[in-house]
Design a protein around this ligand. Structure first.
Ligand code: PSU
Ligand code: MN
Length: 367
């Protein structure tokens, strides 16, 4: 029985302290059974949350979490699974390139030997693994879908809305389903002027809570990359350069900031992830540099970033709207150049992330 279950039992017993001990036990068991019943796969079969592989935490406040049958089967057999976020689809790219990207990335994951699990909340139901119709719905909705970070999950579920999950919400939901590797484009970070605005993405703090490895192309230079790395260090999140010694800056391979450590192969990455998981150290971030041939060395994207940052200030955009605004303006101002680079790096991350997930599954099976 996981330690967590004992803890929850204790909490429930305390809540019921006005009743006799026998009643307390019975009531606690009933509530645990009810919570466990909230995790169902899409065939309607109830899965026991508490005995799910890599069980990590309490069930969500309300509603069911639907694990796609392909993902549930892969997890049950110890196969490699790769989680994918959905805000990149709805808020990160325009339609129809976003849909094409989402399908291609899933395809890459399949071809390299893992099961893709795109995460989103569809009409109030958190889903781990989407059908193509769900992907299409999110891609077409674009910014009409809610942008759901950790704090927004409860409301989205309670109101039955459709929401795309950011890195933080995806990491949380995927890790609770037992997924250990998650591919994205770029992670959120400390925004420029973040020392005053305190605009620090929940992506960074989530990795202290959710045990999952995020494979990214680093953080965009619209962010304050040195402070992002400092913040991750404070939070105790391992940051790893993949095949490089610098933490990459999304459109460019170099950020001028050294990565605290680096690995060169999927197996090395897998061993690091395994150690982190075993020791209960939480999540980690891998920075995979954009392939050289797509690197936006041209002044085009850099100029667009500078201009977008000026516009951000002028328009007084704040909070959850900052990142989507910057992504959209950089795309428009660079005349589409940023989109080509973005697509190339996401696909590259998917290939490398899948190789890492496969290596991790192999390492686990060798034991
Ligand atoms: N950076 C990108 N593309 C994206 C995002 C960030 O290059 O699509 C999205 C991710 O979903 C990330 C979120 O988790 O933005 C961060 O938003 P915020 O800064 O509001 O935390
Ligand atoms: Mn923010």
């Amino acid at each position: 029985m996981p330690v967590y279950l004992g803890t929850l039992r204790l909490v429930l017993l305390r809540l019921d302290s006005s009743h006799s001990s026998l009643t307390m036990e019975a009531r606690a068991s009933r509530r645990l059974a009810a919570l466990a019943g909230q995790l169902v796969d899409s065939s309607g079969v109830s899965r026991n949350w508490h005995t799910a592989p890599c069980d990590r935490g309490a069930s969500l406040a309300s509603g069911a979490v639907v694990v796609h049958p392909s993902v549930a089967a892969a997890l049950a057999s110890g196969g490699a699974v790769v989680a994918l976020e959905s805000t990149i689809v709805s808020h990160g790219m325009p339609y129809p390139q976003n849909l094409q990207m989402a399908r291609e990335v899933e395809q890459i994951v399949c071809e390299r030997g893992a099961t893709p699990a795109t995460v989103a909340i569809i009409e109030g139901i958190p889903k781990i693994g989407l059908d193509d119709s769900d992907l299409e719905k999110l891609a077409v909705m674009g910014t009409a879908a809610a942008k759901v970070s950790r704090r927004d999950i409860g409301l989205c579920v309670a109101t039955g809305k459709t929401g795309a999950t950011t890195v933080s919400a995806t990491a949380l939901l995927a890790a609770r389903a037992g997924i250990k590797v998650f591919v994205t484009g770029g992670i959120g970070g400390v925004h420029r002027d973040g020392e005053n605005s305190m605009d620090v993405s929940a992506d960074l703090t989530e990795l202290t809570k959710s045990p999952i490895a995020v494979i990214s192309a680093g953080a965009k230079s619209v962010l304050d990359i040195p402070r992002t790395l400092e913040y991750l260090e404070t939070q105790g999140v391992a940051v790893v350069g993949y095949g490089v010694t610098e933490f990459p800056a999304f459109f460019t391979r170099s950020s001028g900031c050294e990565a605290p450590c680096s690995v060169n192969t999927p197996k090395e990455a897998a061993l690091l992830i395994k150690s982190n998981l075993r020791l209960g150290l939480g999540g980690c971030v891998f920075g995979v540099p954009i392939p050289k041939e797509f690197e936006a060395t041209g002044s085009n994207v850099q100029k667009a970033i500078t201009k977008a940052l000026q516009e951000l200030k002028r328009n007084k955009i704040k909070g959850r709207d900052v990142t989507p605004f910057l992504l959209k303006r950089v795309l428009e101002l660079s005349g589409g150049a940023s989109l080509d680079a973005n697509l190339a790096l996401v696909k590259n991350n998917a290939a490398i992330g899948t190789d890492i997930a496969v290596a991790l599954a192999n390492v686990a099976q060798e034991e």
